[in-house]
Design a protein around this ligand. Structure first.
Ligand code: HEM
Length: 414
C-alpha cells in the first residue's frame, strides 16, 4: 500500500495547478459583470456552443443539454430550496468518480438518511470540545511560528495550512501524513482538468483511508472516523465505502473553502482599517463580521443542479434536463436585497446570504467553518497588535473564478 509519509512526490505542484485552472491571478473582479447581467437576465441561457469553443456555423452537431446560470438572489434561492425539481445527481459524472457516492450527489430520500448518519459526527457538543481542545491550539501553533518576526504572509503561514490540520486531527490521522493528505485532497478535486491525476489520488486515498477505517472498527476512539463507524439511524449504518466516500468529500469541502473564506475576511478587514479597529474594540461584532466576509466574497462562487422537469425560475422557462449553474456570489451581491452590495461593511444589518447554499444540501460543515474562522480571527486580533498590510510588499488582491481568495496577505504588526 502507498505509505504517505515516505512517498516521493514530483516537482509538479497540485496547489499551483488547481489555482491556475481556477483563474487565480487572472479573473480579478467578476462582480461588475454580474451586476450588468442580473437586472436583465436573472437567469441567463448560456451559449453552449461558444462555451465549448464551437463557431455558430461550424456545422458540427452537438447534443449537449441547455445550460442556464442563475444570477439573482430569487433565482438562486428558488433552485437551491427545491431539491426535487433541481437535482444534485449531476455531480456523479465528475466528482462522483473521485469521491465515490457521497451526499453531495444524492437526492431525497436517500440524501436525508445518509446526511442524518454522517452529521452525527458534527454535534454541537463535539463542536464545543473541538474549539477548546483542538482549534485554538492549532491556530496558536501557526501564529507561534511567525510572531517574533513582526511580519508574515497570513495566507501561507496561517489560513492555508490551519484548516487542513484541523480536519486531519479530527479524523485522528498521523501528523506525518499531513502534507501528503493535503496534496492528495487538492489532486482529487483537480479531476475537472486532469482526470488521471484525480483518479490516482482517489485510489490512493481510498487505500489509505480504508486501512484507518478498519483500524477504528477494531479499536474505536473519539475521533470523527470512530463516530462514523458507530453511527446508526433508522436501523441503517455506514459501510466502509460510504465512510470512505464521505471522508474524500470532507477534506476538500472543509479545507479549500475555510482557507479561502478566512483569507477573504482578513482581506476585507485589512483593506478597511476602521472596521478592523471596530472589531478589535468590540468582539461582539465577530459573528456579523464573519457573515459579511462570506456574503461579500464567498470562497465558492458557483455550484450546479439539473432540472428534473420543465419549470420556471425567476420568470425564465427552464426545460427538463437543463444544467443550472447556481451563482451564489452574484446572489450575494443582488442590489434588490443589499444596499451597496459591492462594499464590505460589517455594520450592515444581518441577512441570510447564500455562501453556504440553502435547502437540503446547505453546507454540513457551516458551524465548524464559522467556529474555525472565529478562533483564527480572534487569536490574530489578540496576539498581533496594530496589524496592517505590509507597506513594503506588493498590494494583494482577490482573484479566482469558482474558488476565490487573495494571492497573499503580507502583514506587519507590533
Ligand atoms: C466557509 C467555508 C465553507 C463554505 C463557504 C462551504 C460551502 C458549501 C456549499 C455551497 C455547499 C453546497 C454544495 C452543493 O450543494 O452543491 C456545501 C456542502 C457541504 N459542505 Fe461546506 N462549506 C464550507 C465549509 C465546510 C466545512 C468546514 C466542511 C466540513 C466539515 C464542509 C462540508 C460540507 C459537506 C459535507 C457538504 C455536502 C452537504 C450535502 O450535500 O448535504 N463544508 N458547502
Amino acid at each position: 500500500m502507498t505509505t504517505p509519509s515516505n512517498t516521493a512526490e514530483s516537482e509538479y505542484d497540485p496547489f499551483e495547478a488547481f489555482n491556475r485552472s481556477n483563474g487565480i491571478g487572472v479573473v480579478e473582479n467578476p462582480y461588475p459583470l454580474f451586476a450588468l447581467v442580473r437586472p436583465q437576465s436573472p437567469v441567463l441561457k448560456e451559449d453552449v456552443r461558444a462555451m465549448v469553443g464551437l463557431e455558430e456555423d461550424s456545422g458540427i452537431p452537438m447534443d449537449l443539454p441547455d445550460v442556464f446560470t442563475a444570477f439573482s438572489f430569487e433565482a438562486v434561492q428558488t433552485v437551491l430550496r427545491d431539491g426535487e425539481t433541481f437535482s444534485s445527481s449531476g455531480y456523479a459524472e465528475v466528482m462522483g468518480q473521485v469521491m465515490g457516492h457521497t451526499i453531495l450527489e444524492m437526492d431525497e430520500p436517500e440524501h436525508h438518511l445518509s446526511r442524518g448518519l454522517v452529521q452525527q459526527a458534527f454535534s454541537r457538543k463535539a463542536m464545543e470540545s473541538w474549539e477548546r481542545d483542538l482549534v485554538v491550539g492549532v491556530v496558536d501553533e501557526h501564529i507561534d511560528a511567525f510572531i517574533n518576526e513582526g511580519r508574515a504572509d497570513l495566507v501561507r503561514e496561517l489560513t492555508f495550512p490551519f484548516p487542513v490540520v484541523v480536519i486531519a486531527r479530527l479524523l485522528g490521522l498521523p501528523r506525518a501524513d499531513l502534507l501528503w493528505f493535503h496534496r492528495k485532497a487538492v489532486e482529487l478535486i483537480s479531476v475537472g482538468f486532469d482526470f488521471d491525476l484525480g483518479i490516482r489520488a482517489s485510489q490512493e486515498l481510498y487505500e489509505y483511508l480504508c486501512g484507518i477505517i478498519s483500524e477504528r472498527r477494531a479499536h474505536p476512539s473519539d475521533d470523527v472516523i470512530s463516530v462514523l463507524v458507530k453511527a446508526e439511524l433508522e436501523g441503517q449504518r455506514l459501510d466502509d465505502d460510504a465512510i470512505c466516500a464521505f471522508l474524500r468529500l470532507l477534506l476538500p469541502a472543509g479545507a479549500e473553502t475555510t482557507y479561502r473564506s478566512s483569507s477573504n475576511l482578513l482581506f476585507g478587514l485589512l483593506s478597511n482599517p476602521e472596521q478592523l479597529d471596530a472589531l478589535r474594540n468590540d468582539r461582539a461584532l465577530m459573528p456579523q463580521a464573519i457573515e459579511e466576509g462570506l456574503r461579500w466574497e464567498p470562497p465558492l462562487l458557483t455550484i450546479m443542479r439539473t432540472a428534473t422537469r420543465d419549470t420556471v425560475v425567476d420568470g425564465v422557462d427552464v426545460p427538463a434536463g437543463a444544467t443550472i449553474i447556481v451563482n451564489m456570489g452574484s446572489a450575494n451581491h443582488d442590489e434588490k436585497v443589499w444596499e451597496r452590495p459591492d462594499d464590505f461593511d460589517i455594520m450592515r444589518p444581518p441577512r441570510q446570504h447564500m455562501a453556504f447554499a440553502w435547502g437540503p444540501h446547505m453546507c454540513l460543515g457551516l458551524h465548524l467553518a464559522r467556529m474555525e474562522t472565529r478562533v483564527a480571527l480572534g487569536r490574530v486580533l489578540d496576539r498581533l497588535p496594530n496589524l496592517r498590510f505590509d507597506p513594503d510588499a506588493d498590494a494583494p488582491y482577490i482573484t479566482g473564478m469558482t474558488f476565490r481568495a487573495p494571492n497573499a496577505l503580507p502583514v506587519v504588526f507590533d
